[in-house]
Design a binder for this molecule. Structure first.
Ligand SMILES: NC(=O)c1ccc[n+]([C@@H]2O[C@H](COP(=O)([O-])OP(=O)(O)OC[C@H]3O[C@@H](n4cnc5c(N)ncnc54)[C@H](O)[C@@H]3O)[C@@H](O)[C@H]2O)c1
Length: 339
């Protein structure tokens, strides 16, 4: 197997964890990212002869055309991620998340890439009856532009896949945990930041279900799939673990068990209407992985990091929508990117 892999969005929350994972397993990795979150210094810390980074945009087909002939696998993570950022910058999100995904996949095919792994999301299921666990062929019910861009991408990618370039779409659950760029707009991380900073949390929609996954397990799943071949040219997996579906109420109980003095306030309004339980048996049969870090481990890890002083209001602000908006203000070029 050619072990040279291109990771788009490699400087993100998942990407940095994935790159570390792959370098530890002797893959050669190219990180391709625009560094929206200003964390080039983090990437520079990967001192490894098998690592290289390129600061460029996934809309830049000229640069991509120089790199793609060198790799046989592309893991496509680059995106404007999350419901809120996509709502705030809808046109750009559509362009990056959907249009660029499709042009990247076409370029990959042209340059002989054999495997294209696309990070999709369980948000595609939107709101479903909680008696049912969503399978890959369940009806999709997106309630955000973010999920729509992922669904549109999956549909088009299906047409691009062929026997020479297999495409795998991974519908990941909601991530949690610490990475080199921890995101705090994810439910568990955001509750834990609030808990540690204010000793009190405000929780909405206690009875809504979600599947959770530690960011390092996302990397483990992607790594496990690099070595697998499938007879189908195009395949969608729910990517996570069936045992990690929880109601928000259960997540709060887990936090409370570890932080018994925490005040929990219940909000009467609903801010996020997503509600889905997900069946991960298809991927569980193929890769036979168990979660390396469950929710309890994630909570303990987060608290330890917070207490070490490495998580604070600055790291919080640097990682969120506000920092993306600041980047866009300073980089008009990004908004008006010309191919
Ligand atoms: N974290 C989760 O809970 C989760 C769940 C499901 C799916 N996903 C998917 O996984 C992928 C990674 O998510 P994440 O949590 O690491 O997000 P992230 O925001 O931390 O990382 C995204 C990265 O993409 C880069 N990027 C954005 N636009 C770019 C462009 N035009 N050109 C080059 N680079 C660009 C950003 O600079 C950033 O480093 C995304 O596709 C996301 O939709 C994440």
């Amino acid at each position: 197997m050619n072990k040279k892999v291109l990771v788009t969005g490699g400087a993100g929350y998942v990407g940095l964890e994935l790159i570390e994972n792959l370098l530890n397993k002797s893959f050669q990795v190219i990180c391709y990212d625009t560094f929206l979150y200003n964390n080039i210094s983090t990437v520079k810390k990967f001192k490894n002869k098998n690592f290289q980074y390129i600061r460029s945009d996934i809309r830049d087909s000229k640069t991509l055309s120089k790199i793609l002939p060198q790799v046989n696998t592309v893991i496509h993570l680059a995106a404007i991620v999350g419901d809120l950022p996509c709502k705030v910058i809808p046109n750009l999100s559509y362009e990056i998340n959907f249009l660029s995904t499709i042009s990247l996949a076409k370029l990959c095919k042209k340059y002989g890439v054999e495997k294209f792994i696309f990070a999709s999301t369980c948000s595609n299921y939107g709101i479903i009856n909680s008696d049912i666990s969503a399978k890959e062929d369940s009806e999709l019910n997106p309630i955000s532009l973010y999920a729509e861009t992922k669904i549109d991408s999956e549909l088009k990618l299906k047409k691009i896949a062929n026997k020479n370039m297999h495409i795998i779409c991974l519908r990941f659950g909601t991530a949690f945990g610490i990475s080199h760029r921890t995101r705090f707009d994810l439910l568990l991380n955001s509750l834990l930041f609030e808990a540690m900073e204010y000793k009190s949390i405000l929780v909405h929609s206690l009875d809504t279900w979600r599947p959770y996954i530690h960011v390092s397990d996302m990397a483990n799943i992607i790594h496990a799939l690099l070595n697998k071949t499938f007879k189908d040219n195009f395949i969608i997996f729910n990517a996570g673990f069936t045992s990690l579906n929880y109601k928000k109420r259960e997540i709060v109980q887990k936090i409370k068990r570890i932080l018994p003095n925490l005040t929990v306030k219940i909000a009467s309004d609903q801010t996020d209407f997503r509600n889905y339980r997900v069946d991960f048996s298809k991927i569980e049969k193929v890769i036979n992985l168990k979660p390396e870090k469950d929710v309890e481990k994630g909570i303990i890890e987060f608290i330890k990091k917070y207490k070490s002083g490495k998580i604070n209001k600055n790291t919080y602000v640097e990682s969120n929508l506000k920092s993306l908006q600041n980047y866009l203000k300073k980089n008009e070029k990004f908004l008006k990117f010309k191919k």
